[in-house]
Design a protein around this ligand. Structure first.
Ligand code: DO4
Ligand code: MG
Length: 289
């Protein structure tokens, strides 16, 4: 059962629960860790045992219709990998004034890793992701996200959207932090699928659907089998000389790039589906000064 973070109409304090077909079992009621911060401090094997026991619970739980799912994050930073798919390298070489850097990093031993978002910049399911008022070319980036505890163990996966300004990054790669990090620049959710429930994270179909005015405007697909580096290599580089006492989320890069004439607009609806995990849906808003 996946792990969801939620509130109810009666209680605005975020809680964690195990999600069954039409209900959620709050972990506090079955003796499990009841915040994501607490989950991140439990060794992976023990966590999976605890959650396995909790999922056997006969508790009725709460109907999913009575809760609001929140982004599955507490105090963790969100990091991201760049140019891990050939498609991402090619698109960036086409748009950038500095084409070589993308080719070089795709081939290099050291991967590109960057800080994508702090928790306050992360949107949950059905809440609006943003495009910047000073950007003219914007895209969603659908990415498999690793959920990594404070020991560096991957405990689960979620769906991520690394919303990005292609015009700002394309002007100069040194503008990457401005292209990537701003208010509501990322989405995570709808929940965390535990590693024990997903056989092979490198064999997952990823689908992106963008609706405009209620009709299909763009769709694309890839598979995590196109990622050019082993996931444990990405995790290992992230943890080199860098500690994550609260655990960390790692977006693993995008393999779906809409055509150059496409840019996100306010009012669009972005849906990202990763097989075995779920669908993350977010409307788009434009930030103005
Ligand atoms: O090199 C810039 C960022 C690349 C990225 O976010 C991706 O490939 O997903
Ligand atoms: Mg990305």
């Amino acid at each position: 059962m996946p792990l969801g973070r939620f509130t109810t109409k009666e209680d605005s304090e975020p809680r964690l629960g195990l999600i069954a077909t039409d209900r959620i079992i709050p972990l506090a009621t079955v003796g499990g860790p009841d915040t994501l911060d607490a989950v991140m401090r439990v060794p992976a094997a023990e966590l999976h045992r605890l959650l396995g026991e909790a999922s056997e619970s006969t508790s009725d739980g709460l109907p999913l219709t009575d809760i609001t799912l929140l982004p599955p994050i507490d105090r963790q930073e969100v990091w991201a990998c760049g140019v891990t798919y050939r498609r991402s390298r090619d698109a960036r070489m086409e748009e950038s004034t500095q084409k070589d850097v993308y080719d070089l990093v795709y081939e290099a031993e050291r991967p590109e890793l960057f800080l994508k978002a702090t928790p306050g910049r992360v949107c949950g399911p059905e809440t609006a992701i943003a495009i910047r008022g000073d950007s003219t070319w914007d895209v969603p980036e659908p990415e498999l996200v690793l959920v990594i505890n404070n020991r560096g163990e991957t405990i689960g996966y979620t769906v991520g959207n690394d919303v990005s300004s292609r015009s700002i990054e394309g002007e100069n790669p040194l503008y990457l932090p401005q292209a990537k990090v701003y208010s509501a620049c990322a989405a995570l959710g709808p929940w965390i699928t535990l590693t024990t429930e997903l056989a092979d994270p490198l064999a997952l179909a990823i689908q992106l659907v963008i609706e405009r005015d209620g009709v299909l405007h763009f769709d694309g697909e890839t598979s995590t089998d196109q990622i050019s580096r082993p996931l444990d290599e990405l995790v290992s580089y992230l943890h080199r000389f860098n500690e994550f006492p609260e655990g960390v989320f790692l977006m693993t890069g995008t393999g779906i790039i809409p055509p150059p004439q496409f840019t996100l607009e306010a009012g669009d609806m972005v849906s990202i589906t990763i097989d075995g995990i779920g669908t993350l849906r977010n409307p788009v808003t434009r930030l103005t000064a």
